[in-house]
Design a protein around this ligand. Structure first.
Ligand code: FES
Length: 162
């Protein structure tokens, strides 16, 4: 069962594998590049990578699930990276997480049904004096409060509707 989209994806994976000379020792770099290209690592893509490298799909899955940098599910249009580093934690990032989860009806690591938002916790974003902090796309939002977060999410969601 190979539609055009599937064939195109296979072709892109082949290109990446060629770049790394089909060498299984480059598996992590290959996974990074495939994720960069597709936004996440689908099951099909992991199987094709395994076939191309002549290693078992189970091994590819094992590596992809071991490292937190890899995503096995598609991410929303707006990826929320909420800092849970020490300074942010002390200044209420857990409460901020709850607010986001309630507003978007998802849990950490999940994507909203409409595909607009994904929430991921991350370690220190490097601007602790402005904690609690989150990043959405290129934008950093600091000194977060419940109201501020609600407003940010509302503005982003409204931006999609117009
Ligand atoms: S702990 Fe959150 S930015 Fe450093």
């Amino acid at each position: 069962m190979c539609d055009e989209k599937t064939l195109k994806a296979q072709e892109q994976i082949r290109e990446i594998l060629e770049k790394y000379q089909y060498n299984p020792e480059n598996l992590i770099s290959i996974l990074q590049e495939v994720q960069g290209r597709f936004g996440y690592l689908s099951r099909e893509n992991l199987v094709w990578i395994g076939r191309g490298l002549n290693i078992s799909p189970a091994k590819v899955f094992g590596v992809a699930t071991f490292y937190t940098q890899f995503r096995l599910n598609p991410i929303g249009k707006h990826l929320i990276l909420l800092c849970q580093g020490t300074a942010c934690h002390v200044n209420g990032s857990e409460k901020i997480q709850k607010v986001i989860e309630e507003e978007l009806h998802i849990h950490e690591g999940e994507t909203t049904k409409d595909g607009l938002f994904t929430l991921n916790n991350v370690a220190c974003l490097g601007c602790c004096s402005l904690s609690p902090v989150m990043m959405i796309g290129e934008e950093t939002y600091s000194s977060l409060t419940a109201d501020k977060v609600k407003k940010i999410l509302k503005n982003l969601a409204e931006g999609e509707g117009s």
